[in-house]
Design a protein around this ligand. Structure first.
Ligand code: ATP
Ligand code: MG
Length: 399
């Protein structure tokens, strides 16, 4: 197999004109550098008008490079390319034959089309002449190959750039989305479950940075449960970049609600306090919204009535990217992004510990507000203590 040292990065340019285009490209370059930092080959990432490249100083493993770049939002395709000096058409023809032979073999029986484009208009041949002349050279060398200009198996791209020529035919799909850093920052309520890591991934994919908050209830939830959330954050950080993870000690608040409020309302009231605390932390760290893994109807606390009551305490937008997905669809995403195996480790969650046998599925604001009045004596103080004792962990991606 041919060794590639240069990769041409494609990104969707729709809607990124003018100033936004530079912001988009600069954020993409930055995220690519982060993703490639630990990849062998000393890769350099650089911009040229309308193009972004990653170039290895030495040998690199194509699979390793594409795997790393597959975690960079904003990339639509990764193309391993041959970058040639312009030493005349004969040289280009020889290199093209060598390329086709190495990638597809002398016995290749696929259809092809040459697709030449010139950024440098003083190249001695027009694009159409290059297409025809190179096409002929290929037909001469590979008796099994035929031209198909409509639906070729192999699209052989030739780009005449200012100081070199790009030759490529492989386009490996990237993750799409927008580079992290082009939107604002949002606070993910990260539990140890399947849904919330997926939710964080989906919002990061829209270009948002992520902070996270986890509600821990020792000794009811163990150190293992906390470590599991840290591990999940590390996986999400492969895509989103570093995450500031707030670990909130929620035990006293939970116990107090348990003591004072009707047990069937426990989960809803608890979720309202989670939202309130997450929002305060979000404001402190300049987040513009909250993210949860909620999906309509998944459990009692996620009926539309429950979500309306939970949402009522939030002044900032709450993003729920899993809202319209079935559990199976969320599971598939978590498998794709690599969080599933960790999410299903059997450590208890603070929500499941005091869970009522028959939680309300149609709570009303009137009832819930009335129940929360029962907490008035101590709750503010408990919330303040929880906020004052937050433990913050700086989470970096782990391979
Ligand atoms: P998940 O798989 O994300 O845990 P879930 O199906 O278990 O979701 P719930 O436990 O009802 O659903 O939680 C709904 C959402 O509330 C979660 O997706 C998450 O965003 C947030 N959440 C729940 N428990 C916690 C927690 N202990 N710490 C932080 N956020 C939480
Ligand atoms: Mg959960």
């Amino acid at each position: 197999m041919m060794k590639f040292r240069v990769f041409l990065i494609k990104y969707a340019e729709i809607g990124i004109k003018g100033k936004n285009r530079f912001l988009f490209e600069d954020a993409l370059v930055k995220q690519m550098r982060r993703a490639l930092k630990n990849v062998e080959g000393d890769l350099r990432v650089y911009k040229q008008p309308g193009r972004i490249y990653a170039e290895a100083a030495g040998d690199c493993d194509t699979d390793e490079v594409t795997e790393a770049l597959n975690k960079v939002f904003g990339i639509t395709a990764i193309c391993p390319i041959l970058q040639l000096p312009d030493e005349g058409f004969e040289h280009l023809a020889r290199e093209t034959v060598r390329y086709v032979e190495e990638i597809y073999g002398q016995d290749c029986a696929q259809t092809f089309k040459v697709n030449a484009r010139r950024a440098r208009k003083n190249y001695p041949k027009t694009s159409q002449q290059i297409n025809e002349d190179l096409g002929e050279v290929i037909l001469d060398h590979f008796p099994g190959m035929h031209v198909d200009v409509h639906k070729p198996d192999i699209l052989l791209n030739i780009e005449i750039r200012e100081s070199f020529i790009n030759l490529y035919s492989m386009e490996i799909p990237g993750p799409g989305g927008m580079p992290v850093g082009t939107s604002g920052k949002a606070m993910l309520l990260l539990s140890g479950g399947i849904d919330s890591p997926v939710a964080g991934y989906m919002i990061a994919k829209r270009g948002c940075k992520i902070d996270a908050t986890y509600f821990h209830a020792p000794p009811y939830t163990s150190e293992w449960a906390k470590q599991k959330v840290i591990d999940l954050a590390k996986i999400v950080a492969r895509y989103s970049g570093p995450i500031n993870l707030n670990i909130v000690n929620f035990t006293d608040i939970q116990m107090y609600i348990y003591e004072k409020c009707p047990h069937e309302e426990l989960t809803i009231i608890m979720r309202r306090y989670m939202m309130r605390i997450a929002q305060t932390l979000a404001e402190k760290s300049e987040c513009l919204g909250l993210i949860t893994g909620e999906s309509i109807g998944q459990v009692a606390s996620q009926t539309m009535a429950s979500m309306m009551v939970t949402n009522e305490v939030c002044a900032m937008p709450v993003y729920r990217p899993c809202v319209g997905l079935d559990k199976q669809e969320i599971v598939e995403l978590s498998e794709k992004i690599g969080t599933f195996e960790t999410s299903i480790l059997p450590y208890e969650d603070c929500c499941t510990i005091f869970v009522a046998k028959h939680p309300v599925t149609k709570p009303t604001l009137k009832h819930i507000r009335r129940s929360e009045v029962l907490l008035s004596e101590k709750i503010d103080e408990l919330v303040q203590t929880a906020l004052d004792t937050v433990e913050t962990v700086w989470i970096k991606a782990e391979e």
